[in-house]
Write a protein of this length. Structure first.
Length: 223
């Protein structure tokens, strides 16, 4: 092999090594980017309670204090743990924490304060009190949503619902087997519901109908 061939070979080997390093670096960068995107998605899906900090205009209505008194005001919710209030006749706003409030009522919407609740996606992040949108209330049951942004979407799968009954607070699972097990434990004494749940006909997005049917059945049976 002549000198020129040797030099060319070294050059090509060096170029190949450089290309390999560049490709590997790009791959690592892509993996890191994907990791960041995934982490962002996990954060965006929230820990709805601990991470929700945006300000949303609730509207003009009334807020209820723990002493059961009602007060008219314009209201803005900050995350799920604070409400900004501008009472009638006042130009000033005040902020109340969820633990200082009982509920908010605006038009047909009611927001209840639920105490000592942990988002199932962040079970170690229990909050003292947070606002949830009431979906159904009756027969001792409260069905509320701690994520309600996409509830009117046809793609909504029922994620973000909570059932309160007595001292029990249960996050409604979305996965089929967990949902079936939870609903059967709560409402399995209703023969029709038990049959439908075991057949897989009911999903988390049907939770309101399940509770309504169960409460009506209990009330009819008590007569």
């Amino acid at each position: 092999m002549n000198t020129n061939s040797t030099v060319l070979g070294r050059f090509l080997n060096g170029r190949a090594l450089l290309l390999l390093i560049v490709v590997l670096s790009m791959a690592r960068g892509t993996q890191a980017q994907v990791g960041l995107i995934s982490a962002g998605v996990r954060l965006a899906t929230m820990g709805a309670i601990s991470a929700a900090t945006g300000m949303s205009n609730v509207g003009k209505g009334q807020y209820q204090l723990p002493d059961q008194s009602w007060h008219p005001a314009k209201m803005w919710m900050e995350g799920l743990q604070r409400v900004h209030l501008q009472e009638e006749g006042s130009k000033k706003k005040k902020i109340l924490l969820a633990r200082e409030v009982q509920s908010l009522a605006v038009g047909t919407d009611t927001f209840r304060v639920v105490r000592s609740f942990a988002d199932p996606k962040k079970p170690d992040k229990q909050v003292e009190a947070c606002f949830m949108k009431q979906i159904y209330k009756g027969g001792g049951y409260l069905l509320a949503a701690y994520q309600w942004g996409g509830m009117n979407s046809p793609d909504w799968d029922g994620d973000g619902l909570m059932i309160s009954h007595g001292t029990e607070i249960i996050a409604v699972p979305v996965k089929h087997q967990e949902f079936e097990r939870t609903m059967l434990a709560l409402f399995g004494d209703h023969p029709g519901l038990a049959k439908q749940l075991q057949a897989g006909d009911l999903k988390a997005k049907h939770t309101k109908q399940i509770i309504e049917l169960y409460v009506n059945w209990k009330q009819q049976s008590a007569k």
